[in-house]
Each structure stands twice: as C-alpha cells, then as structure tokens.
Design a protein around this ligand. Structure first.
Ligand SMILES: CC(C)(COP(=O)(O)OP(=O)(O)OC[C@H]1O[C@@H](n2cnc3c(N)ncnc32)[C@H](O)[C@@H]1OP(=O)(O)O)[C@@H](O)C(=O)NCCC(=O)NCCS
Length: 158
C-alpha cells in the first residue's frame, strides 16, 4: 500500500461518492440506511460544496486511485467538529481507514482551532470503533444506538 494523500472533493468525484454511499455496509453504518437517489445525492453534494463549515475530502494514492472519503462538519453554534469516514468497498480491511482518518484529523487540527474532533459510531459497527480507537479517539459517551467518541488535540496516533 502506498501513502494516502488528501484533496478536496470535486464534481468529478460525485459518482464514486454515490456508489460508496449506496454500498450495503456503508448504508448499515449510516443514520439514513436507505438507498440514496442520484437527485438526492446531487442536492447533498451541492449543499456540502457551498457550505464553508463542511469539509469533504477524497483520499487518493500515488497515481490518483481514490481509496475513500473523510468529512469534517463544523457545528459552529455548539462549537464542535464531527468526523465521518468511508473506505472504498473493495479496499476495506487492509489499513486504508487508518491512513485516511489520521491524515484527515492531522490536517484538521493543523488548520482549524478546535481542541476536539467528535465521532458518532453505531454500537454494532465494531470495525469502525476499532479504527477510531487505533487513531487515538476515546469513548466519551453514548446516545441511543450510538457511541460517542472524541479525539483531543495532541492525542492523534499516526
Ligand atoms: C469502518 C471503515 C472506515 C474502516 O476502514 P478499513 O480500512 O476497512 O479499516 P480496517 O478494516 O483496516 O479495520 C480497522 C481495524 O478494525 C478491525 N476489524 C476489521 N473488521 C472487524 C470486525 N468485523 N470487528 C471488529 N474489528 C474489525 C481490523 O482488524 C483493524 O484492526 P487492526 O489494524 O488492529 O487489525 C470501513 O470499513 C468502511 O468504510 N465501512 C463502511 C462505512 C463505515 O462504517 N463508516 C464509519 C461510520 S462511523
């Protein structure tokens, strides 16, 4: 596996992002577990791109192969930022998640003022819990069917 780099998502990533969203394991891990139509996705993508508080990244390898996406949503009123991640379905289970998440969190702490990054993970999503813990997130609570995690500035394990 070569190194993973990040860039902001662009129009040309719309289709692959929709394919990743409609993958069965991604849907199972999401709040919205149903299929997402192209029209809904286009509307979401447009909204995300126009929102200065949402930061949608694509992780790619040397040669440009896209390995996944990581997103940071700033909640300005409540003063926190929340991370979410999806690895390309065919590339799961071989360590891309860790590279993508640690690159993303490192970029975020280097460029923004937040002291913590939050994550909400379903209780049955053991793979994701393990991934976030490996990167340095700690469990800080639970809400309904979800566990709440947070990573403090300085706590990232790369
Ligand atoms: C969750 C996700 C981002 C993890 O990325 P990944 O690259 O697949 O990560 P890995 O498979 O390398 O797994 C990370 C760790 O979990 C472990 N793991 C894998 N499958 C597991 C399972 N079913 N139960 C428990 N642990 C598991 C791995 O062994 C690894 O730990 P290790 O490095 O100590 O061996 C990815 O699987 C994904 O995109 N899933 C669908 C969407 C999703 O769940 N997103 C997160 C929403 S909060």
């Amino acid at each position: 596996m070569s190194d993973v780099m990040l860039r902001y998502a662009e129009e040309c990533d719309k289709k692959i992002l929709l394919d990743w969203k409609n993958d069965p394991d991604t849907k199972k891990a999401s709040i919205n577990t149903g299929d997402i139509s192209e029209a809904q996705h286009d509307e979401w993508f447009e909204r995300t791109q126009n929102n200065p508080n949402q930061h949608l990244f694509i992780g790619f390898e040397f040669g440009g192969v896209r390995v996944g996406t990581v997103r940071f949503d700033e909640n300005v009123t409540e003063d926190f930022v929340e991370a979410s991640i999806t690895v390309a379905p065919k590339l799961r289970g071989i360590g891309y998640g860790k590279k993508l998440l640690s690159r993303g969190c490192s970029h975020f702490f280097n460029n923004y003022r937040y002291d913590f990054i939050k994550a909400t993970i379903k209780k049955d999503n053991l793979r994701s819990q393990k991934l976030f813990e490996k990167v340095g997130f700690e469990r800080s609570g639970e809400k309904d069917t979800n566990l709440i995690y947070r990573l403090r500035r300085g706590g990232l394990r790369e």
